[in-house]
Design a protein around this ligand. Structure first.
Ligand SMILES: Cc1cc2nc3c(=O)[nH]c(=O)nc-3n(C[C@H](O)[C@H](O)[C@H](O)COP(=O)(O)OP(=O)(O)OC[C@H]3O[C@@H](n4cnc5c(N)ncnc54)[C@H](O)[C@@H]3O)c2cc1C
Length: 314
């Protein structure tokens, strides 16, 4: 395949996209990255002989890595470790709770503060499970190319979940538990979305199901940065070219079509296919100069988080 590909960024999204493109036969791929090494938010610092993961400390849905490596015909050299307890929450008042996936052990943690915890959490998780499985295929894993497509898919979600879209995660927790600590702990998943439980729709309780019951949390032996290392090494073997310390800061358009990007040193990168791994809204505003994403709106609305919803017009 003769198509020339430029990928902007080397986060996990970009690295896995490059892996998929090489598998599909693309041979001319260049990746440009403003930082000095790959990984994006999944990164690493080394100091005084010690190594520290930056950003992610665990992941869920381990089967997604299997799917990636299998479909890209690559041995998976990573060794995963399942976490139990998942994590520990320390409150400023000195109270500490271990968060177990084993509901009996979890109930023992909250025995003194939440009467009838096990029955309550089972009810909460059953509802979260239904939300997850009723939306995973039609919403969570979909890439929406238009508003019409998004709305069409929404109509396929069972109507019983509609109230979850209109109430906040915190309201849902207030209706489900009495103890403030339990509510705070189950609301932590909202921060994964870069939001708070007060402005996150209750539908995201599905994340509590993914952590406590679905596939739990996993870490990687040798540190999370091993994920980046193994994919990066494979891409080098497959002939992908990397250019670090390179920040894209402009684009060249012909009519309404972007035909090239430029970096801060004045270099120009043309290609047949462009893949942008940078935060979606800020890239649209600052590099593609789309007025809808002006500085004022970007800073007011925290629009960078639109990237997580994978909604292109957002
Ligand atoms: C503190 C923290 C903790 C987290 N913990 C977890 C966790 O425990 N588990 C989990 O699953 N997730 C966690 N996450 C989220 C996870 O890190 C991200 O979802 C994931 O790494 C994002 O990958 P990405 O490829 O989408 O984007 P990014 O990693 O953001 O990659 C984007 C890349 O594009 C580059 N770039 C941007 N603009 C330009 C430009 N103009 N020119 C050139 N390069 C550019 C950036 O430098 C970056 O390398 C955490 C995130 C943070 C910040």
């Amino acid at each position: 395949m003769a198509k020339k590909v430029l990928i902007i960024g080397t986060g996990l999204g970009a690295l896995s996209t490059a892996l998929r493109l090489t598998t599909q036969g693309y041979t001319d791929i260049t990746m440009v990255e403003k930082y000095h090494q790959p990984g994006g938010r999944l990164n690493r610092i080394e100091s005084d002989g010690f190594t520290f993961d930056m950003g992610p400390s665990f992941f869920s849905m381990s089967y997604e890595f299997k799917e990636l490596f299998d479909s890209c015909k690559m041995e998976n050299p990573l060794v995963y470790q399942k976490l139990e307890p998942l994590y520990r929450v320390n409150f400023a008042n000195g109270k500490t709770f271990n968060i177990y996936t084993d509901l009996d052990k979890l109930a023992a943690e909250f025995e003194a503060i939440e009467p009838n915890f096990k029955a309550k959490v089972e009810k909460y998780l059953l509802d979260a499970k239904n939300v997850f499985h009723d939306t995973e295929g039609i919403i969570v894993k979909q890439n929406f190319s238009s508003k019409a497509h998004y709305l069409l898919q929404l109509t396929r979600v069972p109507i019983k979940h509609l109230p979850h879209v209109f109430k906040s995660m915190w309201t849902e927790l207030e209706n489900s538990f009495e103890s403030n600590e339990v509510k705070v702990i189950f609301s932590l998943v909202a921060f994964f979305l870069g939001a708070t439980p007060f402005d996150t729709p209750a539908v995201y309780k599905l994340l509590t199901y993914t952590e406590l019951q679905h596939d739990g949390y996993w870490s990687v032996k040798g540190g999370m940065y091993r994920i980046v290392e193994v994919i990066y090494e494979e891409l080098i073997k497959r002939g992908v070219k990397f250019q670090f310390n390179t920040e894209i800061n402009g684009c060249v358009e012909e009519g309404k079509k972007v035909v090239a990007f430029t970096d801060t040193k004045g270099n120009k990168y043309d290609a047949d296919v462009f893949v942008v791994n940078a935060d979606a809204a800020s890239f649209r505003g600052r590099i593609l100069n789309r007025k809808k994403y002006n500085e004022e709106r970007l800073s007011q609305n925290g629009m960078d988080s639109c990237a997580i919803y994978r909604i292109p017009w957002c």
